[in-house]
Design a protein around this ligand. Sequence first.
Ligand code: ZN
Ligand code: ZN
Ligand code: FE
Length: 761
Amino acid sequence: MRVRLRITVEGIVQGVGFRPFVHVLASSLHLAGMVGNDSAGVFVEVEGSEAAVDAFVARLESEAPPLAVIERVETARVASTGDTEFFIVESERGGEHQTLVSPDIATCDDCLRELFDSSDRRFRYPFINCTNCGPRFTIVRDVPYDRAFTTMAGFVMCAECGREYHDPSNRRFHAQPVCCPACGPSLRLIANDGAPLPGDPLLGAVALLRDGGVVAIKGLGGYHLAVLAISETAAAALRARKHREDKPFAVMVRDLETARQLCEVDETEEQLLLSIRRPIVLVQRRPDGGSTRPIAPSVAPGNRLLGLMLPYTPVHHLIARELDAPLVLTSGNVSDEPIVYLDEAALQRLSGIADAFLTHDRPIHVRTDDAVVLSRRGRQAVVRRSRGFVPQPITVRDAFRRQVLACGAELKNTFCLGKGRRVFLSHHIGDLENYETLCSFAEGVEHFERFFDIRPEVVAHDLHPEYLSTKYATELTGIELVGVQHHHAHVASCLADNGEVGPVIGVACDGLGYGVDGSLWGGEFLVADLVSFTRVGHLRPVPMPGGTAAIKEPWRMAAVYLDAAFGRELPRGLGVAVRHGHLWEKILAVSRSSRLSPTTSSAGRLFDAVASLMGLRDRVNYEGQAAVELEQVADPTERSTYRIEIEGTEPFLVPGAEIVRRVALDLLARVAEPVVAARFHNAVADALVEGCERIRESTGIDRVALSGGVFQNRLLAGRTADGLQQRGFGVLEHARVPTNDGGISLGQAVVAAARDAAGLI
Ligand code: ZN
Ligand code: ZN
Ligand code: FE
């Protein structure tokens, strides 16, 4: 008997070769019918024998293309039309947008082979791509995902590309960005005054780089600034021109082998480097510098890690082969501004930094920085979720009752939109500290709302009244606002990252977050679910003399911690006190007269204090710098610790000053620095485990969620998780979203949804 079935498929099914796959599958089963994209995903109708139709449905999911993510398949019998052929139909617009667009994907092996095959018509063509690779999210203007709604709309396919595009047996069948030298975008090399430079653009750029020049290179999500990574003069010049003091630069290497020469790459890191998302992977450098051509000191000053990535566009591959040397590839921006992605703005803003621009005429629609990941005990941990990950949604356990916008935090901002069971987490927006970044945030929200057809009725925000993201939220009208405490959002984010809802013991260690009492929190033990939390313990608060000045100058935190530890009996011989002479006394006078200083229970500030006490760093150039250096000094094989007593109840207090006192005594006793730094890490981890033990005794909860930027510290996170597991706790850590403030918006969204579902807003 002849049957006809209508099948709708939702998920990431557009721009991933799904329709060609369906066409081939249906044809092989001798089925008639059609396939097309609509705003809900892909719809298919197949007609033929019952057995063939059944086989089709079964293989639709099991044999789907590698980039496809199928979230839902629905089938319905429809009347037979007597079709005898199978064909691909035009896209249908309108209706509710449910489409999921694929993230940008690194150049695939097939395209690479063609790129370097002199007999191929796309030999050395810098924009080669196919159904399995190439730009996606960054070029899509609207859904459904069709060429007309991408920034490729202006390029008319030549006859030959058209043939490939319409041939179901071709790898480029319905590949929207398909193009070739005859019909597609082309490279240009221009001087920093906008004048075109003669000769082959790519070879010209490579020659400039080889000579130590700074070249701005237009990539997938924005402009990079590039210099030769083995040239100290070039790297130092880039640093000076970009006004970036110490923050490490990322390095692109030609292949895995080169990566291995520079760094100790483990199996997980290898997979991350090679993944189709092609993120920056933070890897341990070889102590000897590894290569005969070591990375210049200015690339990642004082850092044991190196951010490595492999080429992910044809342009990168061409440059990497030609240059055959590691290349610094850092965001094209001035200090903390968002990455530049428009051609005119690039010329305007980067002409003082770059000597030349390697650019092209395929517009970027959404700016997207490179993503950053690391391997933590064999698992991926995302540090910055951006290009390659976005806009792939995160599926949550409970559906949103109403659509939600969560505005995120201030630093490392991301926002997200929630609808159904999906959360669309934005690309990394940056630190919301200037007008440009705020604009980028507002534009991003607008784009995502349209893209995913979401009109939020509930808007979640941080409690900090001065965050620009909070101000953005509170100025919106016609919506319901939900304030979510910063560390509750951290813990909720970790729960959502793991598909859980609590209740859980939440340990949130970070820089600073606004507490419900108006003080600055950051070393917190919560008992939390998605709806609410109780603060059951925290680091004993200390003054933060000078407020934000104390963030920039860790020695101030050393001063207050030593004051709390020793009072006026400060032992002689501590370098930090000597270095700051009369200012030291002044700071202490301020901090002792209570009301003049805000107080904080921040774990980040405790790490700052110890880093300064150890003489590593008295002033920082970026947030978390001192803590990073403290971690790198520590000897990871050292197991000794400082045992300290937790004080009080409800909430209990962890006396950070006692740990600082022990560090000071060790330093005075000339214990080796790597040992002291390790003992400090071990002591903090032990105190966290001890705190969880107390909470388990009184509540019976034995699962712990670890979140907050301080857990980017692998030594601390590892020691804490190990300690908890040894005591029989279940441990939840971040994997898909950052443990830092880049994960806050996800936490805010799920808290808002849970409160909404409980009728609490
Ligand atoms: Zn390809
Ligand atoms: Zn063409
Ligand atoms: Fe935070």
